[in-house]
Design a protein around this ligand. Structure first.
Ligand code: 5RP
Length: 229
């Protein structure tokens, strides 16, 4: 699983703080990534001690981890609400709470689950914080639309690069069978407008800008957790 600039201890602190909001009977959205993995494992421990929850995973990787941890799972078709989603982020804008997600190529399902949840709590470490978004934006595209979407992203001022698998000679393929373009737009002054423009490109399945979705951000630090609401 991808790791980032934060330490495991910072990630663990953030994840455990978010898990404290989970209550008996809840349906919990289970995010993807190395930070959320700490939350999934902790929830598994709590289930082992009697906590009654169901998890809705945001990716194949999250599902596998949750199964190993012993968390009962449900699909979106089997539940009528998600009480709380816990998920990581690649960048968090401190100015307005906008996020970049999709470092694990799971942002399409993550956006569905995180947006549907009554509460969406982000778990992060200090390396993820920035005044405004500047991280490259993952854009999941239908394989047939790779070239046309790349051209449209360039027209919007972005620099699209096809994401390649680290240890395989080929592109990253998402859980949905699509490709990912990592699109560098430099400093993003208006993330909402860019989000709208990317969504309007034919062939774009989903992009990794999450605007207005996060309710709380837990930032694990060297000696505690900062909570941003
Ligand atoms: C996956 C994601 C992850 O939440 C994001 O990449 C953060 O991962 P990590 O906690 O490993 O830094 O969006 O699509």
């Amino acid at each position: 699983m991808k790791t980032t600039g934060g330490t495991d201890e910072q990630k663990r602190r953030a994840a455990l703080a978010a898990v404290e909001s989970v209550e008996d009977g809840m349906v919990v959205g289970l995010g993807t990534g190395s930070t959320t993995a700490f939350a999934i494992r902790k929830l598994g421990d709590l289930v082992g001690s009697g906590l009654d929850i169901r998890g809705v995973p945001t990716s194949f990787a999250a599902r596998e981890l949750a199964r190993e941890a012993g968390i009962p799972l449900a699909s979106l078709d089997e539940i009528s609400a998600i009480d709380l989603a816990i998920d990581g982020a690649d960048q968090v804008a401190t100015s307005d709470g906008a996020l970049v997600k999709g470092g694990g190529a799971a942002h399409a399902r993550e956006k569905i689950v995180d947006a549907f949840a009554d509460e969406f709590h982000v778990v992060a470490d200090p390396s993820k914080l920035a005044e405004t978004l500047s991280h490259s934006i993952p854009v999941e595209v239908l394989p047939t639309a790779r070239t046309t979407v790349s051209a449209a992203v360039s027209d919007l001022g972005g620099d699209p690069v096809l994401r390649r698998a680290e240890r395989k000679d080929g592109p990253v393929v998402t859980d949905n069978g699509n490709l990912v373009l990592d699109c560098d737009f430099g400093e993003i002054s208006d993330s909402e407008s860019l989000a709208t423009a990317l969504s309007a490109i034919p062939g774009v399945v989903e992009h990794g800008i999450f605007v207005g979705l996060a309710d709380v951000v837990y930032v694990g630090t060297a000696d505690g957790v900062d909570v941003v609401e």
